[in-house]
Ligand binder design. Structure first.
Ligand SMILES: Cc1ncc(C[n+]2csc(CCOP(=O)(O)OP(=O)(O)O)c2C)c(N)n1
Length: 672
């Protein structure tokens, strides 16, 4: 190790530098224990940090562990220990015990999550933590709180879009984020020259920040670099990228055989730069550590780990796989049996209702904020849904984002860690797909995977559906993708009153809610807009028209069309009951069931594809739980197996469900 840097010149006391060594050695010894337990068949899966200790521990020591936030990835044992995670907690996760505070045995080991330590919940998809980090930094700054954010990952993670989107966001807003890349030369078996074009640190310039490539086996250099980055961030001078070169000594995980891609010579060569040995040598040369001290330290660490292993292994396993999917479980209530009563208020169309509801909800809830593509300023969104919000609430609470859907949702997730209630907009549902990972793997799973420690109250608004000649990429219905996901709630308002009531309720709900706005209805649907606080409970359907001959189950624009079909059907002597589900997840099953019991015939109408569409779930549940009430097969009227939606209006009209089609399907069903 070069002796250019001396700990006292860096502001580190002798005690601190000895403590750094203690944590590094503890991480190393934990690895040895974990892999031994794995070989003995006592721990099914482990991930090592050996070789990375200098980066992890020295960077953590360079931060303010009272106010800063960290997002360590699965290899970051040293960060976790330095940040206050105990060996017992580590082994509770290794043995997947119920008392594991990170996840209660629900996640793999090393998936850190400790709210009280300001360690945000981590998952397995590579790179998803970066958008969270910028969201946390964004919220810290807007709340005027002290603290910066340090997010860690391997060099492989810098190939993920999330990394680039987060770097860009951090650069634009000059956020207090430090990106620490632990370049251990391999992403599983892929060597860095097949992973990374050019130099990772050089990419910093492209995102308006400074970047450093350093020897990650030199604890003093890591400390100095991170310390300076932290000082810059605290002065408001923006983010830093640090690429720290190192090597991992164990295989990628206990499931990997690294002999298939690394030579023994290569491993031995890197071991000559072992950061733990470097640090020990430094302390010996500084006369801070004698041989006896070293022996005592090792013995004391071994004792601590032996006790932790014993206690963790004896600790009971978790018993409950089915709770904490939702932070607020919505229990089924009595069925709705009457037509939804009219509300008072000025008549507006649906898009005006969206705009007013956003104003009203943001006024009532200072924690809310709106962001997305084009949402800010005079324009206020491509549909003008957010017009006036920036003028009323300021740029802090309504701002434009880069064109990057994954970081829009990922940053929103991070903001919830600081108690924000973000209402991000995805400009069209057709473009929600890049954020699928953040919605499905992150937002929806955060409560469950942290055993209830975190919740994720975001409301994702997006216009969806066809009927406006939007062609293939401005017409999609995406509800089935998301209704499938445990942990998410999905609502579809079809009236101005429901827009307000559901938005209010969604914003106050502790779970992530996908708020699908049927854009066909933006100008078509008109109705009263209730003033003041107005809520529509999630999980409650609305009966829009009472009838006795068949039940039409629908939502969104199709609820509107079903009502247009009602007089046509009544002229034919058919009495339809129209149920606007409006909450797809949770579903108001009692109301559906009560109506099926009354009419014994069911027509499901939606504009999404029929195959594995939302209607398939409705049909399955009815067939399963209300079969004996049926007098006819359950019928669906939906889009065929076509990509929504052809552009030519003649083509769109041929396939888009319409009131006449509803009448024809209903007649057919009645004749059965
Ligand atoms: C999105 C995603 N793709 C693939 C994987 C499988 N996987 C797990 S770790 C890993 C390699 C990560 O390499 P790197 O980021 O360099 O970190 P390291 O493990 O080397 O520390 C891969 C491909 C994953 N978890 N997530």
């Amino acid at each position: 190790m070069k002796r250019e840097l001396h700990h006292r010149d860096l502001g580190l006391t002798d005690e601190q530098v000895l403590d750094m060594y203690r944590v590094m050695l503890t991480a190393r010894k934990i690895d040895d224990r974990m892999f031994a337990l794995n070989r003995q068949g006592r721990a099914p899966f482990v991930v090592g940090s050996s070789g990375h200790e200098a980066i992890q521990v020295a960077s953590a020591f360079a931060l303010d562990r009272q106010v800063d936030w960290v997002l360590p990835y699965y290899r970051d044992m040293g960060v976790a220990l330095a940040w206050g995670v105990t060996p017992l907690e580590v082994f509770l996760a290794v043995f997947a015990r119920g008392a594991d505070p990170a996840s209660g045995g629900r996640q793999l080991p090393n998936h850190w999550s400790y709210p009280e330590l300001r360690i945000f919940t981590q998952s397995s998809p590579i790179g998803t933590q970066y958008p969270h980090a910028v969201g946390i930094a964004h919220a810290l700054r807007s709340q005027g709180r002290p603290g910066i954010v340090v997010v860690y990952g391997g060099e492989g993670s810098t190939s993920e879009g999330d990394w680039h989107e987060a770097m860009n966001w951090a650069g634009i807003h000059r956020l207090g984020v430090i990106f620490v890349i632990e370049n251990n030369q391999y992403a599983i078996s892929v060597p860095s020259q097949e992973e990374v074009a050019g130099c990772i640190a050089d990419r910093a310039a492209g995102y308006g920040m400074v970047g450093f490539r350093i020897d990650g086996n030199d604890p003093m250099l890591v400390y100095k670099t991170v310390r300076e980055a932290a000082e810059r961030a605290r002065r408001g001078e923006g983010p830093t990228l640090i690429e720290a070169e190192t090597y991992r000594y164990y295989a990628h995980t206990s499931d990997d055989d690294d002999r298939l891609y690394r030579s023994r010579e290569e491993v031995l060569e890197w071991r000559r730069h072992d950061p733990v040995v470097n640090m020990r040598q430094y302390l010996i040369e500084e006369r801070l550590l004698s041989e006896a001290d070293e022996r005592d330290l090792v013995a004391s660490i071994e004792r601590t780990l032996a006790a932790a292993v014993e206690e963790a292994e004896a600790s009971p396993p978790p018993t409950d796989p089915a709770t904490k999917v939702y932070a607020r479980v919505i229990e089924p209530s009595e069925p709705v049996r009457r037509v939804e009563p009219a509300v008072d208020g000025p008549e507006v169309n649906l898009i005006t209702a969206v705009n007013r509801a956003l104003h009203d909800v943001m006024e009532a809830h200072p924690d809310t904020l709106v962001f997305g593509e084009d949402v800010a300023g005079e324009k206020g969104g491509v549909f003008k849904a957010t017009q006036g919000l920036t003028a009323t609430f300021g740029r802090e609470r309504c701002f434009n984002t880069p064109l990057a859907e994954s970081v829009i949702i990922g940053a929103a997730i991070g903001m919830t860690a600081l108690g924000k209630r973000p209402i991000p907009e995805i400009q069209f549902a057709d473009y929600i797909h890049p954020s699928f990972d953040q919605i499905v793997n992150e937002a929806a799973r955060i409560h469950y995977r942290s055993d209830g420690a975190w919740s994720c109250p975001i409301v994702i608004r997006t216009p969806f559906g066809a009927g406006i000649h939007g062609a293939l990429y401005h017409s999609q219905s995406v509800e089935a993708f998301f209704a499938h996901v445990p942990g998410l709630k999905v609502v579809v308002p079809s009236t101005p009153a429901d827009v307000k009531g559901l938005l209010w309720e969604a914003v106050e709900d502790p779970d992530p809610v996908l708020f699908l706005e049927p854009k066909k209805l933006y100008r078509l649907a008109k109705g009263p807009y209730p003033e003041g606080e107005y809520r529509v409970p999630l999980g409650r359907a609305a009966i829009r028209h009472e009838g006795t001959d068949l039940t039409i189950l629908t939502y969104g624009a199709m609820a509107h069309f079903a009502l247009e079909a009602v007089p046509l059907l009544e002229e034919l002597g058919i009495s339809p009951e129209v149920i606007d589900l409006r909450s797809l997840k949770p579903l108001d099953w009692p109301t559906v069931e009560a109506s099926v019991q009354k009419t014994s015939r069911v027509l499901i109408v939606h504009e999404d594809n029929e195959f594995v569409g939302y209607g398939a779930e409705l049909a399955a549940q009815i067939a399963d739980k209300a079969f004996e009430w049926l007098d006819a097969p359950i019928r669906r009227y939906a889009l065929g197996d076509l990509p929504a939606m052809p552009y030519a209006s003649e083509l769109e009209e041929m396939v888009y469900p319409n009131p006449e089609g509803i009448v024809a399907h209903a007649q057919d069903l009645i004749k059965y």
